[in-house]
Unconditional design. Structure first.
Length: 95
């Protein structure tokens, strides 16, 4: 796997985690107010007798958490690739 595929996989994993975080917070709302999810999505809910209004907005925390996640994911990919290469070299030396 190359670095583009690793970046794509990391972004997909982050998107799934973001959606799970969003769904959990959305269904835990039971009153009017402002909630911010763990990954930074801001949910503003206004409830009255006739309607339920929900507004979503992204915060800087979304971008920061995404960049940190991708950084750690790419570092892990780099080190795993390096370890795999080193193990291949050791196996060649043993033969």
């Amino acid at each position: 796997m190359n670095y583009y595929k690793a970046f794509d996989a990391g972004s997909s994993i982050y998107l799934v985690a973001f959606m799970i975080d969003y769904i959990i917070e959305l269904f835990s709302i039971n009153s009017s107010g402002i909630k911010t999810t763990a990954l930074g999505l801001k949910i503003i809910t206004t409830m009255n007798e006739h309607s339920l209004n929900t507004t979503f907005s992204l915060t800087w925390e979304v971008l920061i958490s995404y960049l940190i996640f991708i950084l750690f994911f790419m570092l892990a990919f780099y080190f795993l690739k390096k370890i795999k290469k080193q193990m291949t070299i050791w196996q060649c030396e043993l033969e």
